[in-house]
Design a binder for this molecule. Structure first.
Ligand code: SF4
Ligand SMILES: [Zn+2]
Length: 116
């Protein structure tokens, strides 16, 4: 793997480029890739979650870096690591906050009925 800024050779788990200090992973976590734009175009312009309107990140539609970017082109996705189950669950939960809240309320009322 090469550093996108200075082309230094990097370990795939590198969090930061040792030569130019470019941040490569999000939140200092080796398993959380941080995607960034190649040119001037925002990542969202080619992102699947922008295309299907499921992204509610505040940086959309101008994101230049993003942890959840997925290309609308499947071929490019093959070159990118898959999101872990946890990441996908987190994304789903963020996009279905209302539903999750409602389920929580239902569960709470059920518990209160059973206890009371
Ligand atoms: S997941 Fe990231 S790149 Fe994709 S639309 Fe949302 S902010 Fe943009
Ligand atoms: Zn570098």
């Amino acid at each position: 793997m090469l550093c996108p800024r200075c082309q230094a050779t990097l370990e795939s788990t590198a969090i930061q480029c040792p030569r130019c200090q470019l941040i490569l992973k999000a939140h200092g976590h080796p398993g959380m890739p941080l995607y960034r734009t190649d040119g001037d175009e925002a990542l969202c312009a080619t992102c699947r979650y922008d295309a299907d309107d499921t992204c509610n990140f505040p940086q959309r539609p101008e994101a230049t870096t993003c942890t959840l970017y997925r290309s609308v082109k499947p071929a490019e996705d093959l070159a990118r690591p898959n999101h872990s189950l946890g990441e996908r669950l987190g994304f789903w939960l963020r996009n279905h906050r209302g539903l999750v809240g409602l389920m929580g309320l239902l569960l709470l009322s059920l518990v209160l009925v059973l206890v009371g």
